[in-house]
Design a protein around this ligand. Structure first.
Ligand SMILES: Cc1ncc(COP(=O)(O)O)c(C=O)c1O
Length: 394
């Protein structure tokens, strides 16, 4: 590999670029995780996460990738053989289902075309038909990172309520928390799953569960075996600041700083910024004459855009050209859409010019790779951003 100058453009939909402030915060001596200084840190990051999740309830922090928090959400609330309902929205919904089945749970998987999110009407109809209340939980991936489709969680909640069904609502916000509006308490979510490496602008390595009262009640009778993932000692950390095992101390320094950055900007402005960059990206895609994978405008993702390449062209070959020529990483197509789409991540520590650099790299790459397109995407995005410089722009 030849030596590169300038920063690599990491425009995958997570892990995202880690801001210098967060990197500097992590770059500090590790402290005694049983000492008083740590206790203050532990309490402060848990309180900060409650504000980000918008919950008054407990939040557990795991030294694990998002998959660990997926597992924790299940083993803390369910028993062997329990029936779950999930929707095939894409690759991550499919992986979560697989994990649940490996734990001995039975998942009914409503088929999908990987271009739409959870259909609240289908959810309501299925739950209404479950007279015996055999379904114990509904699993929803809020933002499907493989497709750029955001499911409407508040509407899913309303559908469950209309069906008067007691199932728990478990929601994966791994690629939406701190990028797309999300409200754990207000939306009546029972367990929210999240990770450090996307909207929270940290390196990979931390993941989270936020829990409702109903989830805590289910936890008391849940019979799946659990040890490392058990919520109890992690809930106690809210008052003590201490964890039951060695925490990822330096990542917690970073978390404290990242929460401070989000709150300085204001979460509403952070969401508005992501919405705006997503809109500029879609305008570029349309001006290129290409297609966004998400088909329902109510479900467009603000943290990433999956772009469909024309028939006869390979999205991964295009990504390779862009990596080789411009030192930019774009997201690959996963599972069923491998080779058919590439994904532009526009989340985390990101501004107008990061987006313009990203879109310029894509437009140049389309030309070099010989993918038919109009050279109008960058201009369309610039016109939108310049004409629409709102508070969220910073
Ligand atoms: C929506 C979603 N869920 C779950 C995961 C799995 O998380 P991890 O790879 O951190 O274990 C990812 C990873 O990208 C994701 O985007």
């Amino acid at each position: 590999m030849t030596a590169r100058s300038g920063r690599h453009f990491l425009q995958i939909p997570g892990p995202t670029n880690v801001p210098d402030r967060v990197l500097r915060a992590i770059d500090a001596a590790t402290i005694d995780h049983r000492g008083p200084e740590f206790s203050a840190l532990g309490k402060s990051v848990i309180a900060g996460l409650q504000r980000v999740f918008r919950t008054e309830g407990p939040v557990a922090i795991f030294p694990a990738s998002g998959t660990g928090a997926w597992e924790a959400a299940l083993v803390n609330t369910l028993s062997p053989g329990d029936q779950l309902l999930a929707f095939e929205t894409g690759w991550f919904a499919s992986l979560w289902r697989q994990l649940a089945e490996r734990l001995g749970l039975k998942v009914e998987f409503i088929p999908g075309d990987w271009r739409h999110g959870v259909d609240p009407q289908k959810l309501e109809a299925r739950l209404k038909a479950d007279h015996a209340h055999a379904i114990k939980a509904v699993m929803v991936v809020h933002n499907e990172t493989s497709t750029g489709v955001t499911s409407r969680v508040a509407e899913a909640r309303a559908a469950i309520d209309r069906a008067k069904h007691p199932a728990l609502l478990l929601v994966d916000t791994i690629s939406s928390l701190a990028s797309i509006d999300y409200r754990h308490d207000e939306w009546g979510v029972d367990v929210t799953v999240a990770g450090s490496q996307k909207g929270l602008m940290l390196p990979p390595g931390l993941s989270f569960n936020a829990m409702s009262r109903k989830a805590l009640a289910a936890h008391k009778s849940a019979k799946l075996p659990r040890s490392y993932w058990d919520w109890d000692p992690l809930i106690a950390a809210r008052d003590t600041g201490f964890f039951p095992y060695t925490p990822a101390t330096n990542l917690l320094y970073g978390l404290k700083e990242a929460i401070a950055m989000l709150e300085e900007q204001g979460l509403e402005n952070v969401f508005a910024r992501h919405d705006r960059h997503a809109e500029a990206t879609r305008r570029a895609v349309t001006a290129w004459g290409l297609e966004v994978l998400a088909q329902d405008p109510r479900e467009y993702s603000s943290s990433l855009t999956a772009v469909v390449v024309p028939e006869g062209h390979d999205a991964d070959a295009l990504r390779q050209v862009i990596l080789d020529r411009f030192d930019m990483s774009l997201g690959t197509g996963l599972g069923k859409v491998k080779g058919k789409v590439f994904r532009i991540g526009h989340l985390g520590d990101f501004n107008d010019l990061t987006l313009m650099g990203t879109l310029a790299g894509v437009e140049m790459g389309l030309g070099i790779a010989g993918v038919p397109h109009k050279k109008a995407g960058v201009q369309a995005a610039m016109d939108y951003l310049a004409g629409n410089a709102k508070a969220g722009a910073r």
